[in-house]
Design a protein around this ligand. Sequence first.
Ligand SMILES: [Zn+2]
Length: 97
Amino acid sequence: MSGDLFGDATPPAPPAAPACPSCAQWEQDRTSGAYAVGCADCKARGIARSPAAWRAVKGITDVDVRASIVDSFGEDNYREGRRLVWTWINKLKGKGA
Ligand SMILES: [Zn+2]
């Protein structure tokens, strides 16, 4: 199909952190407990709110939060998961929100 400009085009990759309804809901209501399956920000927010993250923030241990991140994001995506979780920890503390 020559002349069809879009015949072989692949759609652009979605943004790394697409806004999802649950994240949007959280922006409106910081006590929202809504989490969307498959949303990296929702997963990171869930971990950031967990006792494991609290223990890491307090310098008690980061073993639990690391395990949570690996569970949710996978070993291969640990660095990205950790970055997101710490972004959310700071957001939840009221910094950078
Ligand atoms: Zn989300």
